[in-house]
Design a protein around this ligand. Structure first.
Ligand SMILES: [Zn+2]
Ligand SMILES: [Zn+2]
Length: 400
């Protein structure tokens, strides 16, 4: 027997109903904010992720689902959604058109990590990317939109927010930080590496010894330039005014190298241990990194699998028709009438001839509202006998 690949899984009902319900609700919400659907390929040039996500990130250094194809191309199954959307934005010259472009996407992402409980090599994300707005009002709007989505599904969360500085204040801060890190010989191996590649990512280290050693480290929020200081405080004020509660978390640097300025995460304890369910931030430099014109950009992504575990489907109402025949002679008529009804309703049909009780049972199993039956008498009178399974009433409908 051929099995699914390690770390990959099929999804069946009721999981898929939940998935579609989630996407439908998210789409409704982001449409209200003016976002349009974008679809980019699942496979991309490996260089795209190396350049955008960054070589220092765990994703690129440890988790890429990467291989050489038959044409000797170094390619990769996308580990996240932003890089592909930005590549598409630049390749389709939208950076040259100018103006504001807002996209949402959803679909499978891939990471080649050791499969463990609840984590798969193929997983799904819903995300948004907004291009062309530099105002911090957009940052607040994006956070509000993520909040709208999680609120719709009744998920409990805390919003963690941080500000990662800009080209003016970040480089001198990094120097200051590296000087401090050089005095800390007991940092873990990963942190030693980060010191050279992207030092602020040491704050992201999960190692408790590192966390302890970093306590006296210089903090970015004490080293902001005037612009960053005022923008960050305006953002927090706007969140306060919008009644959006948050916690400033100076350790929040996000796993990806391309973030600058606003970074945020929604963490939830609804499934036990506190976990990020959504995260995002500003990446004003990424479009330029990928060969486009400088374009301010911000976005977020939501991990779908985790959210689906937290949401419950609204109870489905009975809907549509189930058609059944009581005798062989009625099968043709049932087939024809079922097809007619399908123009306006969802319709299923029992192919084998059964007695009424068996058909009613089948209609109930299908969660159909109406059980429509044709037998010898109905065939003679050119009528369909219909039982409304919600109202428990019966009626007749004539046919040609
Ligand atoms: Zn700054
Ligand atoms: Zn460390």
């Amino acid at each position: 027997m051929i099995k699914a690949l390690r770390g990959m899984k099929d999804t069946l009902e009721p999981q898929n109903q939940k998935y579609l319900y989630f996407i439908e609700k998210c789409t409704q919400i982001v449409n209200r904010y003016g976002f349009e659907f974008i679809s980019t390929p699942i496979l991309e040039d490996t260089a795209l992720f190396k350049r955008s996500v960054g070589e220092s990130s765990d994703i690129v250094s440890k988790e890429m689902y990467q291989f050489i194809d038959k044409g000797d191309n170094d390619i990769c199954l996308r580990p996240e959604g932003t890089a592909g959307v930005v590549r598409s934005f630049v390749e389709n010259k939208l950076d040259r058109v100018g103006g504001i472009h807002k996209f949402y996407y959803h679909g499978p992402m891939f990471r080649y990590e050791r499969p463990q409980k609840g984590r798969f090599r193929q997983f799904h994300q819903f995300g948004v990317e907004s291009f062309g707005v530099s105002s911090y009002l957009e940052d607040v709007l994006i956070i509000k939109m993520a909040k709208d989505i999680l609120d719709t599904f009744g998920i409990n969360y805390t919003i963690l927010i941080n500000y990662l500085g800009c080209d003016v204040c970040m480089p001198p801060f990094k120097e200051k930080l590296v000087t401090f890190l050089d005095t800390q010989e007991d940092l873990c191996e990963d942190c030693q590496k980060r010191k050279r590649t992207n030092p602020i990512r040491v704050f992201d280290c999960k190692n408790s010894n590192c966390q302890e050693l970093l306590k006296p480290a210089p903090r970015l929020n004490q080293n902001f330039c005037e612009n960053c200081k005022s923008d960050f405080s305006e953002i927090l004020k706007l969140l306060d005014k919008a009644d959006i509660s948050y916690q400033v978390d100076s350790n929040l640097v996000r796993g990806l190298d391309y973030y600058s300025k606003t970074a945020f995460e929604f963490v939830s304890s609804d499934l036990g241990a506190q976990n990020a369910v959504a995260g995002g931030g500003r990446y004003d430099k990424l479009v330029e990194y990928l060969g486009g014109r400088k374009t301010p950009s911000i976005g977020f992504a939501i991990g779908i699998e985790r959210i689906l575990e937290m949401i419950e489907l609204p109870k489905k109402k009975r809907d549509g028709y189930y058609f059944g025949a009581l005798c062989d002679e009625a099968v043709d008529a049932v087939f024809k009438e079922a097809n007619k009804k399908r123009v306006a309703s969802s319709v299923t049909m029992g192919y084998s001839v059964k007695n009424l009780k068996a058909h009613l049972k089948a209609a109930d199993r299908q969660n159909a509202r109406y059980c429509a039956i044709i037998g010898e008498d109905e065939l003679l009178n050119k009528e369909i006998w219909i039982k409304d399974l919600s109202e428990k009433s019966e009626m007749k409908e004539s046919f040609e």
